[in-house]
Ligand binder design. Structure first.
Ligand code: MG
Length: 450
């Protein structure tokens, strides 16, 4: 049996790896597992209306009632599923992938992406040819729901709106032609910010930049921050669940820097708390947690793993190095707009610039790379790697993570979406991080070749 679900839902090139026939059958299969009242939402991709219609048809054929929430960010969709007491939802999105891709993220009734075992059950039905279809009189129908206003109010209720308004911050926003354009400017204005925007027209061809925000493609936002004199820049990925921040000097900050800042503030207010984060996260995060007597719950890489750990263990804050922050009091899912509101609140309350706040955090150097490995060789290579490595501490939550005496570490894990192994190294100096990376790239290549 094949696999449909990767690290974050089902993804593929439209009309090649992912067709309307597949989506309709997948939606029907999901409906048979999730329940009778299923929300559907979509991002701004060119193929999303087509895929939305396929998903809706599939769900209706399985006898589900479809609640169509229209064009909206994934976190807005997820929050609205939970708030409306629905059985689950299917979001048509390929998140940050290139424009030729589309995909589906499946949500459970709590608005969190379905757990892995539920993905397996949906796949089982799919690969059997789909569920039993409804009889003609049991075919479902569609109702429409506008959820944007309630969502914005919910985010506002989680931060000190007065303090942020008082601070009179200026923000530069780059939704990258994605659906965050529908919410982020509105939210920032409600928070009393002066708002400058870039790439704020929804366009499924992503003409402004890649829909994955990275330091190397946020030059436009960095320039806008400097030219406008904004206090902060925020870039979102294609479906608005991740946010990357640019400080007032025009420097892009990696996701685990902004996450560590949110962690510090949260730990100050809630000392001794547990924070969930994948094993790929910076030591800056765990340092902040330990400083306030808390604990880190390390998960596998993937937002679903972090979110599900939060739900299962009642953890209130989670985050990833790619700019995903999950704020439990709102909803234990990645939410770019909630992340923006939290950072603005910290800036307002501390009355400090973002660069000053970030300079207070411990500084480590991270480097990443990947090594090609055919899908069918991954498992064997990983096992060999695990049995061959030596380090003072070895952890195998995801792939293999080696901790060294000088505080440096390296993580080597098979990608869930591409035929590669990913390597993440972190150390006090860039030289040491580079050295770790090179050494392990070599040994990994040897293991794969054998
Ligand atoms: Mg995304």
């Amino acid at each position: 049996m094949g696999r449909l679900f990767g690290t974050n839902g089902v993804r593929g090139v439209v009309n090649k790896e992912l067709t309307v026939t597949m989506v309709a059958r997948l939606a029907a299969s999901a409906g048979s597992i999730l329940g009778k009242r299923i929300a559907v939402g979509r991002d701004g991709r060119t193929s999303s209306p087509m895929m939305r219609d396929a998903a809706v048809s599939g769900l209706l054929s399985a006898g589900c009632t479809v609640i169509d929430m229209g064009l909206l960010p994934t976190p807005t969709f997820q929050y609205s599923i939970k708030e409306s007491g629905l059985s689950g939802g299917l979001m048509i999105t390929a998140s940050h992938n290139p424009p030729e891709f589309n995909g589906i993220k499946a949500m459970a009734g709590d608005g969190v992406e379905v757990p892995r075992e539920m993905e397996d059950r949906i796949e089982e039905v799919y690969f059997k040819g789909g569920p039993d279809l409804a009889t003609w009189e049991q075919v479902g129908n569609t109702v429409y729901m506008d959820v944007m206003g309630d969502y914005v109010r919910a985010v506002l209720s989680r931060v000190d709106v007065d303090a942020i308004r008082e601070a009179g911050l200026a923000v530069a926003l780059d939704p990258g032609n994605g659906v965050a354009a529908l919410v982020a400017p509105r939210l920032a204005r409600e928070l009393g910010c002066r708002v400058f925007t870039l790439n704020a027209e929804i366009d499924g061809t992503f003409p402004g930049r890649d829909s994955e925000p990275r330091p190397d493609n946020l030059g436009g936002l960095c320039s806008l921050v400097k030219a406008s004199g904004a206090d902060v820049g925020v870039a979102f990925d294609g479906d608005g669940d991740r946010a990357i921040f640019v400080d007032e000097t025009g420097r892009t900050q990696w996701g685990d820097r902004s996450f560590a800042l949110v962690v510090r503030e949260f730990m100050r207010r809630n000392p001794g708390s547990t924070i969930a984060t994948p094993v790929s996260s910076s030591k800056a995060v765990s340092d902040m947690v330990e400083e306030f007597g808390g604990e880190v719950y390390w998960t596998r890489v993937g937002s679903v793993d972090v979110s599900r750990a939060m739900v299962e263990h009642g953890i209130e804050l989670g985050g990833e190095e790619n700019g995903g922050i999950m704020y439990g009091p709102h909803h234990p899912i990645r939410d770019g707009c909630m992340a923006m509101a939290l950072i603005l609140e910290i800036m307002a309350e501390e009355k400090k610039s973002l660069s000053a706040l970030l300079s207070e955090l411990p500084r480590y150097h991270q480097q990443k790379d990947s090594v090609p490995c055919p899908e069918e060789r991954k498992q064997e290579a990983l096992e060999r790697l695990r049995s061959g490595v030596e380090a003072p501490r070895v952890e195998t939550t995801d792939g293999v993570k080696l901790y060294y005496k000088d505080g440096s570490w390296i993580l080597i894990r098979p990608s869930g979406t591409e035929p590669v192994f990913r390597l993440y190294a972190e150390a006090d100096t860039p030289g040491r991080a580079h050295e770790l990376l090179e050494e392990h790239k070599k040994s990994l290549s040897d293991v794969i070749r054998r």
